[in-house]
Ligand binder design. Structure first.
Ligand SMILES: *Cc1c(COP(=O)(O)O)cnc(C)c1O
Length: 241
């Protein structure tokens, strides 16, 4: 289902439309929709929009810009306990403290140095920080993410850090020309995850798929999709990914 006139469509309907896409995609391949979590990517949209999507029933939100995310977390402090905030943007060393002190998840860890800092800076009174390793699954030359070959060593090092909890991996493949190509790339990410799980690792999350390719991601084994524009509408500016 597409929402033609997003501006006039109530948040609850937009949320339902996205949930329906997930459900259809899951059922089409015999998966239970319950296996797939929706992360609402609220970057560039105001805290007020987040509050309304939360009121419609959504609990997990993703932000790319750390400062922007922290501002929204603060604005929604009264419902902090109900919300789960994910950092999904690039993290520079000088920003790790902000992430460690404010977010529940970080999906973009691709270097041990960053992981170490997040571990050291995670406040003792907070639960361990949930972490996904960002894998450059289609080996884009200029992209963030650890290469698939190096991902396992990073994962092993990360599992030794007591204030972090490794939950799995995430990827942001380049747009692919067709369904087959989309699925082939997503499948590589799922295979990598399955290989880790086969070693007995207690991980549960493969974060992949965005507004344009969520169906292929779900068909290929995603357990979390990150949806921005299909839920919030077109962004008036695009932050760097
Ligand atoms: C913006 C963004 C999304 C959501 O993209 P849409 O195409 O708007 O759904 C998902 N993941 C990351 C890492 C993003 O930066």
């Amino acid at each position: 289902m597409t929402i033609k006139n997003a501006i006039d469509t109530p948040w609850s309907d937009r949320l339902k439309a996205v949930q329906q896409r997930i459900e259809l995609a899951a059922r089409a391949v015999g998966r239970s929709p319950d296996e797939i979590r929706l992360l609402a990517v609220s970057k560039t949209f105001p805290a007020d929009a987040v509050a309304q999507v939360h009121a419609a029933g959504q609990l997990a939100f993703g932000e790319n810009y750390i400062q922007e995310g922290i501002d929204k977390i603060a604005a929604l402090q009264s419902v902090r306990g109900e919300l789960e905030w994910h950092c999904i943007g690039p993290i520079q060393s000088n920003k790790t403290r902000w992430v460690a002190e404010h977010f529940d998840w970080v999906q973009t860890v691709d270097r041990l140095k960053i992981a170490q800092r997040l571990n050291d800076q995670r406040p003792a009174e907070m639960a361990p920080l949930n972490v996904l390793i960002q894998v450059n699954i289609d080996s884009g030359a200029t992209k963030s993410g650890v290469s698939p070959n190096e991902a396992e060593a990073l994962a092993q090092a990360l599992m030794r850090l007591p204030r972090l909890r490794l939950r799995g991996l995430m990827c942001i493949p380049d747009p692919q020309p067709d369904w087959q190509a989309q699925c082939a790339v997503f499948r590589q990410a799922r295979d990598l995850f399955d290989g880790w799980r086969a070693q007995g690792w207690a991980i549960d999350t493969v974060s992949m798929g965005m507004s344009a390719d969520l169906e292929a991601a779900v068909a290929s084994g995603a357990t979390m999709v990150r949806i921005g524009s299909a839920l919030f509408g077109q962004r008036s500016y695009s932050p760097a990914v």
